[in-house]
Design a protein around this ligand. Structure first.
Ligand code: FAD
Length: 452
């Protein structure tokens, strides 16, 4: 067991913890980062699978994500555009497949009008919501008491319109059914991206990817931190007092003036705090839970859909694979598709034996893109729900009523203990951009507290 003395100890080498450590180092502070896994990057993670680069976790960057953009510029990392040329496919609830162009789903004029009405109302309210403090909106209490599912139906009696608009936030972002989170939580998600229209525009929100992968950003920051990043060191015990902390890893103990806990909020209670955290934090942390989504990759000899004039973008609000995109990595000649299977559908898939699950999912993809989709040479399911140091995907959000009641607490430090996560961010909430912004903000708060 080695014991180190540092100004700040950071628990978690995901993008938030690493950015915080990097900023603190630049401000002249000494740091140590203790990471549970045998790798850095947390919910960003990539692997080569039979010659194809697969991003198992976070990967896309949108134009408004200037926190992440400024970091990659500093690191000399480039981006590339997602393949977007060609027509999209929409699968209606009755299984009708329609090829379409443009932004509107091919759902009939009346439903398009209802969807536009719902989007306009979301945009109007989103413009009034401060992503850093959604609980300050004059109608925050009321909007946090009603589920997003129910709230949409108070605005429209068009079930298809409600399901389609609901999907953008429920299956598409929070990865929880729309009846489990509030309208205020949905507004936080849209205000974090600037507007609801931004969020529903896949050409905006899924605009570009990172050359060298999103995990490569964390690897590049960790490289700059050198020997101060310690892998295979989960911190399960933290002693603290007003004068400092001691973080206990597996083979490293760090004494420091401050600690940044940069793990996802659902894992805060894995750490045993001595003395215990105040009541308010104990209760708050129990109301932040992970969503669940399967990110499925299928790699083919060629991107066959492109030859048919298709972009690979497919939507089916009630299909097993609700969203599908061309996910071929920069410079590769094979074709890669990525699909998403959210919340209740993900539960159903994990109930199936492995071979049957693969069969059902590939058939789901083939319903959009034809029988060639059955001939995947690589088939891979991201299963962050089984990962001990994440336990779900993509990120955490509050239960009904939780955001208004507990949100104001989430970014307060407890003596020397600070929290930093994409899931506590305003802008970039639940995204790598939010993780970077929170890392910078937390580092700046500590520097201000220490240096005055
Ligand atoms: P994390 O990345 O979760 O890092 C936390 C770190 O803490 C981990 O390395 C973990 O191992 C470590 N840790 C946990 N407990 C302990 C402990 N007790 N001791 C020590 N270490 C510990 N974002 C985007 O911007 N674009 C996307 O396209 C996108 N897609 C996604 C797809 C998937 C499947 C998933 C899962 C996420 C996606 N995200 C996306 C979200 C993005 O990956 C996260 O917002 C981001 O990684 C959060 O960074 P973080 O540092 O806050 O937390």
């Amino acid at each position: 067991m080695r014991t180190l003395d540092r100004d700040v100890v950071i628990i978690g080498a995901g993008p938030s913890g690493l950015t915080a450590a990097y900023e603190l180092r630049k401000a002249g502070k000494t740091v140590a980062v203790l990471e549970a896994r045998d790798r850095v990057g947390g919910r960003t993670w990539s692997e080569d699978m039979d010659g194809a680069t697969i991003e198992i976790g976070g990967q896309w960057i949108s134009p408004d994500q200037t926190g992440l953009y400024s970091l990659i510029e500093e690191l000399g990392i480039e981006t590339f555009e997602r393949y977007k040329q060609g027509s999209s496919i929409y699968m209606s609830e009755d299984g009708t497949r329609t090829v379409y162009d443009g932004a509107d789903f091919p759902v009939g004029e009346a439903t398009v009008a209802e969807m536009n009405k719902l989007v306009a109302e979301m945009d109007r309210l989103t413009a009034q919501v401060d992503p850093d403090a959604p609980w300050n909106h004059p109608r925050a209490a009321e909007l946090d008491m009603v589920s997003f599912h129910h709230w949409l139906r108070t605005l429209s009696d068009d079930e298809v319109a409600c399901n389609n608009v609901g999907l953008f936030i429920a299956g598409g972002m929070l990865t929880k059914p729309a009846h489990t989170f509030s309208a205020l939580q949905a507004l936080l998600m849209s205000s974090s991206a600037g507007s609801f229209s931004n969020l529903v525009d896949e050409d905006f929100i899924l605009d570009r990817r990172i050359v060298g992968t999103m995990q490569g950003v964390s690897i590049a920051v960790a490289k700059r931190l050198g020997d101060d990043v310690f892998l295979n060191n989960p911190v399960l015990k933290l002693d603290w007092s007003d004068s400092g902390v001691t973080a206990h890893g597996t083979d490293i103990t760090v004494n420091a003036a401050k600690v940044i806990i940069a793990v996802p909020p659902n894992l805060y209670s894995r750490i045993s705090y001595n003395p215990p955290l105040p009541r308010r934090q104990h209760v708050t942390h129990q109301h932040q839970s992970m969503g669940l989504v399967i990110k499925v990759h299928a790699v083919y000899e060629t991107p066959f859909w492109r030859e048919e004039g298709l972009s690979g973008t497919c939507f089916g609000p009630s299909a097993i694979v609700q969203e599908l995109y061309d996910n071929t990595y920069h410079g590769e000649t094979t074709g890669t598709l990525v699909g998403f299977i959210s919340d209740l559908q993900a539960d159903a898939m994990f109930e199936l034996p492995e071979a049957e699950r693969k069969d059902v999912i590939l058939k789901g993809i083939a319903e959009y893109l034809g029988p060639k989709a059955l001939e995947a040479k690589v088939f891979y399911l991201s299963d962050f729900g089984s990962e001990e140091w994440t336990r779900g995907a993509y990120a955490t959000s509050y239960d009904l009523g939780g955001l208004f009641r507990f949100g104001p607490e989430q970014n307060k430090n407890v003596g020397p203990i600070y929290f930093s996560s994409s899931d506590l961010a305003g802008e970039g909430y639940q995204h790598v951009d939010g993780a970077v912004r929170m890392g910078r903000r937390t580092a700046a708060r500590i520097v201000a507290a220490v240096d005055g």
